[in-house]
Write a protein that binds this ligand. Sequence first.
Ligand code: UN1
Length: 479
Amino acid sequence: MTETISLSHHIGGQSITAQAAFEQRNPARPDDLRVEGPEADAVVVARAVTAAHDAVDVLAAGGVEVRSDALARIGRTLQADADRLALLIARETGKTFGDSKGEVMRAARLFDFFAGETLRNIGERFDSTRPGAMVEVDYAPVGVVAAVTPWNFPIAIPAWKIAPAIAYGNAVVWKPSEISSATAAALMDVIAASGLPAGSVNMVLGAGEAGRFVVEADGIDAISFTGSVATGEKVRLAAAARGVRVQAEMGGVNGLIVMADADLDNAVECALNGAFFAAGQRCTATSRIIVEHEIADRFVEALARRVDALKIGDPADPSTQVGPLAAPRQKALIASQVKEAEATGLKPVFGGSSAQMDECFYAPTLFDHVSADNWLCHNEIFGPVAGVFRVGGFDEAIKVLNANRFGLSAGLCTKSFGYVEAFKRRARAGMLMVNMPTAGVDYHAPFGGTGASSYGPREQGRAARTFFTTIKTTYQKPV
Ligand code: UN1
């Protein structure tokens, strides 16, 4: 029996039902779950913006403790409900149960972290150059923030946008991906029961068109977007044209350098995790493995053995290590990109276009002997696909690493202090990983990249305040 979940928008504390316009099925077992929801139009979005506007003043009047308590309550509820939510994520998006549960816990801790930050929004006060006068610097709310979030971290990414938005006194209009709307609705229910005033967080559903209405809506003061490079560029340009503050996290074609002196087993685990876990559907995934010649054969053989032993299967089974891609359209996209890579003359060591799998599953794929000017160096494949670039030494490795316009995450496996120091200076990326996978970040540290990967201030950690507040400088003197 197929379970059907029918979703509604959530605006000003109320469910707004409308005709279903999109559908998502369990990508591993389409007969298990069917999610359907409406597509927001300009009228629905305008209602959500009005509700958010009204809530900004209510939030300010309520004071910091109301917001801090509510964020802490959301964190506690998510922790208590982690198994149920993780199973929903697994069934809706194909993310493995283990990864999904880790993600729910991460979301819970993000709300906890920002519950604390709410009370720590401390300004400055100092003497003016004019005798007797004082200067005060306050970090004030921006107003109404639009959050546009992807399906690959369906609860953590909304958490790391919504929690700081609320912490610093903003209200939110949130448009989650139509591939992960049931998970979004489950988070929305937890937020709605947290004690935040109605309208603090509003959720409008739908696909790209709904996202466009949100980005272009009058009354939005800032947009925080995570998603593809192509959409991120459109969001950034639309926001700039209207003078709206914007933060965009997009893709990466992240490189992991493996030097000959590395601990080989650890380097193989880093590559395995970075390239193939979450079926490669992380913007921090490893797409390019840059390996020194003298160990490259041994490295590729060891990686192939580890991939062979991976348990690929039903994401709802807690022992599964790799699940399917999130939707048929993602599988079609990855399949066509792998064909494009093969058309450049690359041959897979394992996987590739001839390795057919059922439903939305896609075989882990590795290309070897890829050159730095290959198509694979410049194009993100959002699936379990990576290339090995063989290099003659550290300088060449850095050159290959920096050879594209992206710069989200970069990794280095080595035991040499000198290489680590040089890597920190020379790698062009926002996040550097030493003897660790390129993917998998902490929730209390800044997140973001350089070049075409990111635009605007960093997310997460204390750095989040920059985007979610506007500085007010007050001069005052007693008369
Ligand atoms: C991680 O690697 O732990 O969309 C997080 C993404 C990123 C999040 C990656 N924004 O994949």
